[in-house]
Design a binder for this molecule. Structure first.
Ligand code: BGC
Length: 255
């Protein structure tokens, strides 16, 4: 058990990569808080399944872009689970539109969820961890698009690029408190965020041609990396991005 006795919050954990991380961390002994927005059904289903396997789990609704809700999420976790050791900034969204037509309101929404959210969550988590005095782990689920441009996805790429420098900056600031901060940058992982791609064989084939390993990644593969980075084994890792992309960043296109 790599995370025995630890308490983790995973944002956006009702589905996709967040659900896999929460499930994987619970299997390694962590108590997990499943953050969600909107209808609670899927989050409650994750909690029931984890409790059924003997884990301690709780669903809490909090919009990561709302400071009061984020503070309440951390406060409720500490009240219910006793402490906070691991915070996973996973909640995210994207909406693809050509740059010249990109609606301003949507730009603000994507930046709010994908960049302001991790800022607010990391700040609230770091305050709680500093007060506890025993270090901690902050993990951001970024994307290959913190480095790789993606036409029609300008705010998403801008947010993920911003998340890279947020991570690097706060990793240095929080190091004296033994709080490590790292990004996990997935490539194409088979989850609901890519429903449009998964629904079209032609678009999917184009994407697969960009991936040297020639397949989608699995949420559980991202979870395994998150578990490592959250564990004591990763005590010397901070301020870095860990790519998990089937080689996507290294593909040489038509060469
Ligand atoms: C995006 C997906 C995309 C993948 C690889 C992810 O960050 O959410 O839409 O397929 O990167 O390009």
């Amino acid at each position: 058990m790599k995370l025995q006795g630890k308490v983790a919050i995973v944002t956006g954990a009702a589905t996709g990569i967040g659900k896999a991380i929460a499930t994987g961390m619970a299997a390694e002994g962590a108590a997990v808080v499943i953050d969600y927005v909107g209808t609670p059904d899927m989050a409650n289903a994750v909690v029931s399944s984890l409790r059924g396997k003997g884990s301690s789990a709780l669903a809490v609704e909090a919009d990561v872009s709302n400071p009061d809700q984020v503070n309440a999420l951390v406060a409720q976790t500490i009240k219910t689970m006793g402490r906070l050791d691991i915070f996973v900034n996973n909640a995210g969204m994207e909406s693809k539109h050509p740059f010249t037509e990109y609606p301003f309101e949507l730009w603000q929404k994507v930046i709010a969820v994908d960049l302001t959210g991790p800022f607010l969550c990391a700040q609230a988590a770091a305050k709680a961890m500093i007060q506890q005095g025993s270090g901690g782990r902050i993990l951001n689920i970024s994307s290959v698009h913190e480095d790789l441009p993606m036409p029609t996805n300008a705010p998403y790429c801008a947010a993920k690029g911003g998340l890279r420098m947020l991570m690097r900056t706060i990793a240095v600031e929080l190091a004296p408190h033994k709080i490590t901060v790292n990004n996990i940058a997935p490539g194409a992982i088979y989850t609901p965020i890519d429903a449009d791609v998964e629904a079209s064989r032609k678009i999917e084939a184009t994407l697969m041609a960009e991936i040297p390993l020639g397949r989608w990644g699995k949420p559980e593969e991202v979870a395994d990396l998150a578990i490592f980075l959250a564990s004591d084994a990763a005590g010397y890792c901070t301020g870095s991005t860990f790519f998990i992309d089937g080689g996507m960043l290294r593909q040489s296109g038509s060469l």
